[in-house]
Ligand binder design. Sequence first.
Ligand code: PMV
Length: 342
Amino acid sequence: MTAMLEARGGALRAVAQAQPNIALIKYWGKRDIALNLPVVGSLSITLDALWTRTEVSFEPELTVDRLLLNGREETKQLRRATACLDLLRARAGVDWRAQIVSTNNFPTGAGLASSASGFAALALAGDAALGLGLTRAELSVLARRCSGSAARSIFGGYVEWALGQRADGEDSVARPILDAEAWPLSVVVAITSTAEKEIGSTEGMNRTAETSPFQRAWIDTQEADLAEARAAIIARDFERLAAISEHSCLKMHALALAARPGLLYWNGATVTAMHCVRQLRAQGVPVFFTIDAGPQLKAVCLPSAAAAVAAALRAVPGVLNVVETGLGGDACVLDVPELVAE
Ligand code: PMV
């Protein structure tokens, strides 16, 4: 233990918040499983109203890390959380174990990117607790090692996670491409199930890479999709972004559907909601859908259309709940009392 840390005395504690992100150009497939390096770059939007708040407290008396997730002792995610904190502990030269208390204000593990916000919040809270002062890029690399998409939740607005070339992954990092305020879109999430998904993304990606006949085409076409989405965002061209985003979503699902056995993440309500969004668009409503490795549909629209989109999705049979959000900012450190106050 360094004299500096001893001088701070007691527990080393911080709280951070991060929001989930939704990929418009999808990440699917790992080229290095241990380091969580992707086979493709990806591009996302960070949300505003959904969040994870995580307190990390390194304490000299603890003999093991502990994780309380939504008020319950959690063992499934503990190994990954410990791996994340181990990377921070190694940098700080600290071996104290930690108590992690994490809360999501939305369903966990159900295709709403809780691992993205969760590991981004954990990386930032751990960094702040240890006083490491990592850069945003370093935090993104660290979060990526725990959950790939978490690399993007370090930043707000429109974010691109680079494929990178290096074997150690240090250049496979997210960077912001446009602030949320520069083009404030709305997202309407149609929740069609709150059950935890049966096949996690790592298992799904590995099965896809091993068995889907479309894996090569997926990798070969991604750069062009990224360039198209980037250009649409810079030009604030909604129709162009809608076309390329729905294409990327459907391509990722087609790739996964063609694995053996096929990965079918949608339920009936998801498909009905997809038709609903397409009908709205045909009527001139500026909206498109995207869906991750779960049954929730995320409708992205211009803010002026959000109320109509939410009403239409709420009326879809099988849609249990609808959550409206704008685009949010960077992950941030909170004052400790803020967590307690909620
Ligand atoms: O990083 P993970 O394990 O949460 O995988 C995310 C995969 C998708 O959500 C389906 C796509 C993406 O880019 O977020």
